[in-house]
Ligand binder design. Structure first.
Ligand SMILES: NC(=O)c1ccc[n+]([C@@H]2O[C@H](COP(=O)([O-])OP(=O)(O)OC[C@H]3O[C@@H](n4cnc5c(N)ncnc54)[C@H](O)[C@@H]3O)[C@@H](O)[C@H]2O)c1
Ligand SMILES: [Zn+2]
Length: 363
């Protein structure tokens, strides 16, 4: 049984369809959602393409769409000007026009890159997201943020470009490596913290029992946050950054490549919990529930001994959330709710990072 969640954005509204085994049949609905054009470019990566490219392209061809497949190397480094240029040039020489559309088949990297190509090709053409990683299904494919990385930082170049449709086939998650699966659980637990306290406890058990249900429940959370603040202007959407200010800093301090995004976010969530207990009155028992859920998910909850709080903070200075030196930081008073605080100082964060170190190394 497929589940459908609508992202309500007025004329830019779209559906996220979640279910097991959608890939082979989704051609007609993608074509229809993307305006009925007869040409499309399927952008994928070198891991996902060989596994699912053919079945998706066949379904599109059966629906009367001539399909060009473009593959980028798997990995974060493909969110680059080089690969963006390659994709756009392939689209141009492959005869795509303004009625053509893009289908992003892969994890968050492909979704961000292909979504951005769709945002700028022909000054913007339709795009469908077909996320194949847990993180992409519950998070990155919904909300319309697209982009690539700059040398100075991640996701610095991009555009808001909402997809016309999202197809999340949970069967594709069977081939996802365990580590990449677990990082998706970090974003799910984050959704629980900010909007759905029950989800924090249920996330890990549900991930082995009812993946479509779990994904749809998360999409509904992301959809409601995005709908209330599509362009990150009111602060509501910023709540999705819970755990991310420190998480991004840890990713950077680890030189990227050491931690997966979700692993760094798990540690960042623990820092945000520590700050929430000390500065916002979050009951310790509630913080413990989240820490246990992260541990059960096989995610890290302590700062590795070789990462020093001060080096991590040096990285934090590059985080986009430090506007004009003021630190906007997402905290929770009670699980299931979150708010943006303007009261957190650098030394508060340093203290929290220190609290995440093994006891023998704390200063
Ligand atoms: N746009 C947004 O709102 C948003 C939100 C969160 C994260 N992101 C971005 O998402 C990216 C991280 O996403 P990700 O974790 O999906 O990374 P990813 O796209 O690199 O995928 C992780 C790995 O899993 C592989 N993979 C994906 N699906 C697979 C499958 N079904 N079977 C086997 N292998 C598969 C990929 O090839 C890759 O090696 C980051 O670039 C991050 O900035 C964007
Ligand atoms: Zn994230």
């Amino acid at each position: 049984m497929e589940k459908r969640v609508t992202v309500p954005l007025g004329e830019f509204s779209y559906d996220v369809v979640v279910g097991a085994g959608l890939l082979a049949e989704c051609g007609p609905s993608i074509r229809q959602a993307c305006g009925g054009g007869s040409r499309c470019t399927v952008v994928t990566d070198s891991h996902v393409g060989p596994l699912y490219g053919e079945v998706l392209c066949r379904s599109l061809e059966k629906a009367g769409v001539r399909t060009l497949a473009v593959e980028v190397p798997a990995g974060e480094s493909s969110k680059s000007f080089d690969q963006l240029e390659m994709v756009c040039e392939a689209m141009a020489s492959g005869g795509m026009d303004r009625k053509s559309f893009v289908v992003a088949l892969g994890g968050g990297v492909v979704g961000d890159l292909a979504g951005f190509a769709a945002a700028i090709f022909g000054r913007g053409i339709a795009c469908t997201q077909v996320p194949t990683s847990l993180l992409a299904q519950v998070d990155s494919s919904v909300g319309g943020k697209t982009g690539i990385n700059a040398r100075a930082g991640k996701n610095l170049i991009g555009a808001f470009h909402q997809p016309r449709l999202v197809i999340a086939d949970t069967n594709t998650l069977q081939s996802l490596p365990g580590r990449e699966f677990r990082e998706g659980l970090a974003e799910i637990i984050k959704h629980g913290v900010i909007r759905d306290a029950g989800l924090v406890r249920e996330a890990v058990p549900l991930s082995t029992r009812d993946l479509p249900g779990l994904v749809a429940r998360n999409v509904a959370i992301k959809a409601s946050v995005v709908a209330s603040d599509p362009h990150e202007q009111t602060g509501e959407r910023a709540l999705l950054n819970f755990g991310h200010t420190v998480g991004h800093a840890i990713e950077r301090a680890g030189g990227y490549g050491r931690f997966l995004h979700g692993e760094a976010i798990a540690i960042g969530i623990c820092a945000a919990l520590d700050l929430s207990v000390r500065k916002a009155g979050l009951p310790t028992a509630e913080a413990d529930v989240v820490r246990c859920a992260l541990k059960d998910a096989g995610l890290p909850t302590t700062l590795p001994a070789d990462i020093r709080p001060d080096t991590t903070l040096a990285a934090t200075a590059h985080d986009k959330k430090f506007e004009d030196g003021a630190i906007r930081f997402v905290l929770t008073k009670h699980l299931g709710t979150a708010f943006v605080s303007n009261d957190i100082t650098r030394s508060d964060i340093e203290q929290s990072l220190n609290n995440l170190r093994p006891a023998a190394q704390r200063t």
